[in-house]
Write a protein of this length. Sequence first.
Length: 352
Amino acid sequence: MWNIRKKRRWRGADQLDNADDEDFESIRSILLPLSSLQVATDNFNESRKLGEGGFGPVYKGLLGGQEVAVKRLAKGSNQGLGELKNELVLVAKLHHKNLVRLVGVCLEEGEKLLVYEYMSNKSLDTFLFDKEKRKRLDWATRFKIIEGVTRGLQYLHQDSQKKIIHRDMKASNVLLDADMNPKIGDFGLARLFAQDQTRDVTNRIIGTFGYMSPEYVMYGQYSTKSDVFSFGVLVIEIVTGQSRNKKPCFSEQSEDIINIVWRHRVEGNIAEMIDHSLGRNYSETEVLKCVNIALLCIQQNPVDRPTMADVMVLLNSDATSSMAAPAANMLIFSLDGSSGGYSETITQLSGR
């Protein structure tokens, strides 16, 4: 079986021409035959379709008695192929309880497939932004999700053998298992840094509106602090139950959710910024911790933002809940022109 897999692996090697020998070694052990995935998904039956990912459809399958999610690259998509190469080479080397585990890969007969562990509760956004489903997200679960995402990002940035920038951290890329444990997924836009590298620049700005840091949108600069900014936005969404890209349901004005949270934090109105579906069933200390951390993470200057290791320390410190909020002029509040060119630039881009 090993020889068969090895032969098939090299038959598709031309599609991974940017991968080095070490990358090939990581990939070879998880190569899967196309026939097994056709059986697992009933030949990619529409009834098995879970949804659309960043580069194509995702199917639920049963492989060797294990439930899996099969991501199928849309044929003829050059951009998708680049993202698949990137995701495959990076994720094959990552192992952490808060990252979605890669089970296998198939590159046969023109098919390009990534096979992941199946996450039965799908993604965080399907709960967080649904009026009924969000009721399943009690405060303890939300805090657990924030802690888990923190650990996952800290691993990517610092604790793994590689230094990886996710570049698309958002609610739909936080997947939930049967016990609502969070796992970060979708590494199609991720980038590998040298250990001593602090930032990089691109002229191809891609990502998701609302989550992208100002330095990335305006100048194409990205770093671990870009992920920190996205994390800050995500935490605010988890606390409030509101998407930054939609008008907040508790505001009659077109006001950015960040502005609303900052204002209520300064005024001490915790009940006004917490998701109303929680009622009074939450820890005021933990809410303040999370809001204070989020506001630190979304500061305009990346140097002022904490690292994810700092965030973990802050989450575990009792003093975090009593911290003062950053000054208004240190934050990015909105996408409507009040952020010094941020809005003007972002409208020229294509979100995912």
